[in-house]
Design a binder for this molecule. Structure first.
Ligand code: GDP
Length: 295
């Protein structure tokens, strides 16, 4: 299992007692374990290959430090590589400039967009912002009701969208209402589909051009592993993304999506969803995720 990659590495390197340098021969077994674990964890094949060669390059010729076993030393190299791959530490959201700013959430149906809209609202209010929740999924009345309910629970204002309104008109009216009422950050909960489709992408592009969101975040379900990475690629190509929120990391998602998304799309993970409650949102920290994946 991916969870105890550290144990695996430790036992793979146990034979290498005493001091010396890490050679190609003696790290080969450990790298085999890393490779298997990465693939088991649903890490993109090309990414896994690159990680292995980077780790090898770093490990080769290193003196085994007195204070560490060879296993621990390789674990440290793997940890550093995972951290590097997942990118910079949390930089927050860029909400400077025009007021109200808009955070546009996009993603497939069921990925956790509406839940994340509430979570972000709460997060931003704690940061001193005045968020305004905007239901933009006019195709599913339940989606509008769900966000209105979340708004009520959290005591956050919600734009009064109805299913007969045009998505872009909702966003434009919400900007005007936000300005009028002093709400500084709109959270746009856009429509999702079961699959990436052209009509949805065209709608999202229209909203992007119409309201110039400060942040366009993809909400993706970590449990879908490589699919989440491919979906991120499609959304980035067609709509353009500023970052990703990976939800359902409280489940038994093995981290493959977290490890691959930045390497494949170049876009940073900004938050992770750790449960269904509104408080279950954490800013993304690559070191924390790397430790978690290593177990
Ligand atoms: P949407 O269709 O993208 O708006 O998705 P929803 O926000 O309705 O979420 C779909 C389901 O996933 C709901 O049952 C949520 O409670 C659940 N969900 C969302 N985020 C998380 C998370 O971080 N962890 C867990 N365990 N469940 C989540």
């Amino acid at each position: 299992m991916f969870d105890n990659l550290s144990d695996k590495l430790n036992s793979a390197f146990k034979k290498l007692k005493g001091r010396g340098t890490l050679t190609e021969k003696n790290i080969e077994e450990g790298l085999k374990q890393v490779r298997m674990a990465l693939l088991e964890a649903d890490v993109n094949y090309r990414v896994a290959k690159k990680v292995i060669s980077d780790i090898k390059e770093r490990a080769l010729g290193q003196e085994v430090m007195d204070s560490l076993t060879p296993g621990q030393q390789v674990i440290k190299i793997v940890f550093d590589e995972f951290t590097r791959m997942m990118g910079d530490s949390h930089k927050g959201l860029n909400l400077e400039g025009r007021k109200p700013a808009a955070v546009m959430l996009v993603g497939l149906q069921g990925s956790g967009k509406t839940t994340t809209a509430g979570k972000l609202g709460l997060y931003l209010r704690k940061k001193g912002k005045k968020p305004f929740l905007v239901p933009v999924d006019v195709y599913r009345p339940a989606a509008i009701d769900q966000l209105k309910k979340i708004g009520k629970q959290l005591d956050l204002p919600v734009f009064p969208s109805t299913t007969d309104m045009e998505p872009l008109a909702i966003c434009e009216q919400a900007v005007a209402m936000g300005r009028e009422k002093g709400y500084d950050t709109l959270i746009l909960d856009t429509a999702g589909r079961l699959h990436v489709d052209e009509a949805l992408m065209a709608e999202l592009q229209g909203i992007r051009k119409g309201v110039h969101p400060s942040e366009i975040l993809l909400v993706a379900d970590a449990m879908t592993g490589q699919d989440a990475v491919n979906i991120a690629g499609s959304f980035d190509e067609t709509v353009g993304l500023d970052g990703i929120v990976l939800t359902k990391m409280d489940g038994d998602a093995r981290g493959g999506a977290a490890l691959s998304i930045k390497a494949v799309t170049g876009k940073p993970l900004k938050f992770i969803g750790m449960g269904e409650k509104s408080t279950d949102l954490e800013p993304f920290h690559p070191e924390r995720m790397a430790s978690r994946i290593l177990g």
